[in-house]
Design a protein around this ligand. Structure first.
Ligand code: GNR
Ligand code: NI
Length: 176
């Protein structure tokens, strides 16, 4: 169980991060296996969310877990296929976001404070989730990934270019 295969996480400027992921026709065993491997990849990173584009897959699948991942506390994974925001609040929330595909960078991002999301769960059944706070930012951040959108797209051109430049510099230093 603990030796599950994981994926490599791709980083900017990989063009796959700018592509639109396609809906799954249904959640079958192959999709569930992908969800399991994405979850393990996210835990190893570590992060609180991961979208298929980030592991070079272009189907509309994401995973999240916002539980405290310390010893003794249970995992609380959330799996979504074909997620859709069906309602968003007019109220706005500002929160500092980071992204595993933009290494070492973070910035304040404005988003609708509360969203309601419809999706297919691990069991393939339709479900809904209302999210606020960090979970709301996270699910919106992951759905953005499935649409080729990154958190830096909400920033000024100057901030965006600085963050992307720094992230690519960090990535190159890791390789060398
Ligand atoms: O690990 C992550 N933390 C995070 C913090 C605030 C808002 C969104 C996120 S998602 C991020 C992992 C990631 O890159 N998911 O795509
Ligand atoms: Ni991200």
């Amino acid at each position: 169980m603990s030796e599950m295969k994981t994926y490599d996480i791709i980083t900017v400027p990989d063009p796959v991060l700018r592509q639109t992921a396609q809906p799954v026709s249904r959640v079958d065993d192959a999709v569930r296996k992908q969800m399991d491997r994405m979850l393990q990849t996210m835990y190893d990173a570590p992060g609180i969310g991961l979208a298929a584009n980030q592991v070079n897959l272009l189907n509309r699948v994401l995973v999240m877990d916002l539980s405290k991942r310390t010893e003794g506390s249970p995992a609380a994974p959330i799996f979504m296929a074909n997620p859709e925001i069906i309602w968003e609040s007019e109220e706005i929330s500002v929160l500092e976001e980071g992204c595993l595909s933009i290494p070492g960078q973070a910035a304040d991002v404005e988003r609708p404070a509360i969203v309601r999301v419809k999706y297919l769960g691990y069991d393939g059944k339709e479900a809904e989730l209302s999210a606020e706070g960090l979970l709301s930012h996270c699910v919106q951040h992951e759905i953005d990934h499935l649409n080729g959108v990154l958190f830096v797209d909400y920033l000024s051109r100057l901030k965006r270019s600085m963050i992307l430049k720094r992230a690519e510099k960090i990535k190159k230093q890791q390789v060398l």
